[in-house]
Design a protein around this ligand. Sequence first.
Ligand SMILES: C[S@@+](CC[C@H](N)C(=O)[O-])C[C@H]1O[C@@H](n2cnc3c(N)ncnc32)[C@H](O)[C@@H]1O
Length: 305
Amino acid sequence: MSSSHIKVKAIVTSPTNSSRQGYKFKYEEGRRYHADEDVSYILPNDDDEADRVHQQHWILKYALQCNYHAPVTKMLEDGIVVLDSGCGPATWTFEMGETYPRSAFHGVDASCVFPEDIKPANVELVIGNIAKHIPYPDNTFDYIHQRLLFLGLTHDDWENTLKELLRILKPGGYLELVEPDLQELHNVGPLLSKLQGTLSDILISKGMPTKVHDQFEELLDKAGFENYVMKMTPLKLNHTNKAGDLLWEDYSHGCINIRSVLAKSNTDWESPEVFAAFLEASGNEAKKYKTCINYYACYAQKPLE
Ligand SMILES: C[S@@+](CC[C@H](N)C(=O)[O-])C[C@H]1O[C@@H](n2cnc3c(N)ncnc32)[C@H](O)[C@@H]1O
């Protein structure tokens, strides 16, 4: 998908949508990044990363055996209004739109990495910084889904985002948050410990939580949500079955896409070849140790009053 082919439409329900924001890019080592100083996200936003995130959706669906955890199936079948917050290339949004044709789906992302021209009729996509202002009126959505923002939001951003999500959720509506624990892998060996330690140091230096799922209950409570439920699923990394192989494919691709950031803390990794060899050894280590990544999904509701 080429950025020059992306058109962003204004949508009636979002009068404050500032679509031009998505067109500010910067380039480093041949990779394209957003250039919005208010957005802390550290991964690139080019085609390779969009393809990775697209594929990651199918891998997670296969490994988790579901697309969502909140008890919203009947509501989705009957017809509700849903937001995918930080939707990326909008693979979840599109698939859900096709699965539940009576519901209306909206996606918001800081970068215009999503396709706009070809999409299900019940899907609308908009550019916005979820930590500043989500361009929808109060009490718009019945269900909000947000997945994999742990490399994008500082402590303050999480607080602001949850306030915004509460504002645009209808009373009684559900918010679902899904994040992996990449700081503490289960059955981890020394190589992956080193990698995760470096990533954690970077997150700390940027004011981002390293284990945001540990703070979900407190953050949601502080923002004003209630009826909090948490579920954890350990996902196999490079062992046992196809899901394990696929998760490693995604994990290692994500590491390659974040290599230049990791190299700021570990200069050995300035060389893509050195890093590739390190990753290969890490993959073998994960297979031997039977390493798992714990995925956390929680949901909570906006109070009725
Ligand atoms: C790893 S992708 C996940 C995409 C999607 N949620 C999924 O699970 O397939 C994270 C996305 O969050 C977006 N993002 C990061 N910080 C953001 C912010 N402050 N406001 C809106 N989107 C943001 C990025 O642009 C990126 O597309």
